[in-house]
Design a protein around this ligand. Structure first.
Ligand SMILES: Nc1ncnc2c1ncn2[C@@H]1O[C@H](COP(=O)(O)OP(=O)(O)OP(=O)(O)O)[C@@H](O)[C@H]1O
Ligand SMILES: [Mg+2]
Length: 310
């Protein structure tokens, strides 16, 4: 089995709490906070671990917040490769108002990554064995431009790594322009922004994905469609997978769970259909859990079995 490594350039120590009601000026007394690891690649590594696989989360970690984040990941059984950084890891805040059930998600800017730290991260990537599955997911630090994405992909290509990209905006554009990706996982609106099309008509999503494949952007594209599942396209096939109706509690973490599951199937060299079914199963399993919880193995396997029989 190839090694699976996820890279998160803007990790976060997420803090979740609740308060009776959110209102201005006064003190909002909150419940004891619960800390959780946060960040795209980090959640992909966590989802892989939840599903019984093994992944290494590569991340910059700074200060006591970074140390706490690393400890939480290790407690969950995720292998961590942390690069010590000068700036402290950010802390996002998630507050639920008990009165209304509303959720307030305060997202801080990611910690800056200094040039020498960036070079050290690239060195770590250049030391990975050929064939490693490298997942790039999450945003860029505020002091970095999308040329970092190109530099990263170049380094991965030289090393013979297989890259999986879950990104948006200009970073996604840069990855697509670089091309040759193993797997690209945009959702419908990310694909619309990327292609500059509204994608409202039947066939538009399929055609947009097919044209990216024929341009050489990626070997496989999975467009996730929320409750409608996902559409997987490669040079030969186009497969839509629709999940069964489930009780949806929170969609947070659905995309990351989906990517984690699909990377596990890529590691097994599974066919496209199995990969997307397992991805939809994990994404849907994540929506069955409250709050920020990712997919459970049990729910994912039950949904996967159901989708295999369709
Ligand atoms: N409401 C839902 N009901 C059932 N399954 C869902 C629902 N929302 C998401 N999913 C599952 O999760 C997968 C990924 O969801 P989605 O398309 O929303 O990704 P995303 O926009 O990248 O998510 P995220 O906001 O986590 O990044 C879907 O393909 C589907 O399998
Ligand atoms: Mg997403």
């Amino acid at each position: 089995m190839p090694l699976i490594v996820t890279l998160t350039l803007t990790p976060s120590l997420d803090t979740a709490t609740s308060t009776a009601k959110v209102y201005p000026e006064g003190k909002l007394r909150c419940q004891a906070p619960v800390f959780e690891p946060g960040g795209g690649g980090i959640n992909v590594a966590r989802a892989i671990t939840h599903l019984g696989g093994q992944a290494t989360a590569l991340l910059p970690s700074g200060g006591p917040t970074g140390a706490h984040l690393v400890e939480l990941l290790q407690q969950e059984g995720v292998t961590v490769d942390a690069l010590q950084t000068h700036d402290w890891t950010r802390q996002n805040l998630h507050v639920v108002s008990d009165a209304t059930g509303e959720q307030f998600r305060f997202v801080m800017p990611g910690a800056a990554l200094h040039e020498d730290e960036w070079q050290q991260l690239l060195t770590k990537i250049a030391q990975l064995p050929a064939g490693t599955l490298l997942v790039l997911s999450g945003s860029l630090p505020p002091n970095m431009t999308t040329s970092a994405v190109t530099e990263l992909l170049q380094c991965a290509r030289q090393q013979g790594l297989r890259t999986i990209v879950d990104s948006s905006g200009d970073a996604l554009k840069a990855a697509v322009a670089f091309g040759g990706l193993e797997l690209l996982k945009p959702n419908q609106s990310e694909l619309a922004e990327l292609t500059g099309q509204s994608l409202e008509q039947p066939d538009q999503v399929v055609n947009a994905a097919r044209s990216l494949i024929s341009q050489g952007a990626a070997k496989r594209i999975v467009v996730s469609l929320g409750p409608q599942g996902a559409l997987a396209v490669d040079a030969e096939q186009c497969i839509q997978v629709v999940p069964p109706p489930v009780i949806k509690r929170s969609t947070v973490g659905a995309g990351d769970s989906m990517v984690g599951a699909m990377v596990l199937k890529l590691a097994e060299d599974a066919p496209l259909a199995d990969m997307v079914r397992f991805g939809v199963a994990a994404g849907t399993a994540a929506t069955m859990n409250q709050g920020t919880k990712l997919c459970s193995k049990d729910d994912t396997e039950k949904l996967y079995q159901y989708l295999q029989q369709q």
